[in-house]
Write a protein that binds this ligand. Structure first.
Ligand SMILES: [Cu+2]
Length: 74
């Protein structure tokens, strides 16, 4: 599990984890507009679980595109 984090506008942020899996990231003000990211840390062991998380409108579409890029046998 990745500790929840909050970045600041236009400031770089570094996040580390030692747990394998995929992690969804959302931009709070633009979440509904699809401003999201996906971090893949090692093997995507929780991919099926992550795909089931409900997402609003455009975020759902963008996450589907991102999930499609995750190598299955990574
Ligand atoms: Cu944004």
């Amino acid at each position: 599990m990745l500790q929840p984090f909050k970045g600041e506008i236009s400031k770089p942020i570094t996040v580390t984890t030692d747990k394998k899996g995929v992690y969804g990231v959302k931009c709070v003000p633009h979440y509904g507009m699809g401003m999201v990211a996906l971090i893949v840390a090692g093997k995507p062991t929780n991919l099926d679980q992550a795909r089931k998380v409900k997402q609003p409108g455009k975020a759902k579409k963008v996450f589907e595109e991102l999930f499609a890029k995750v190598p299955a046998g990574n």
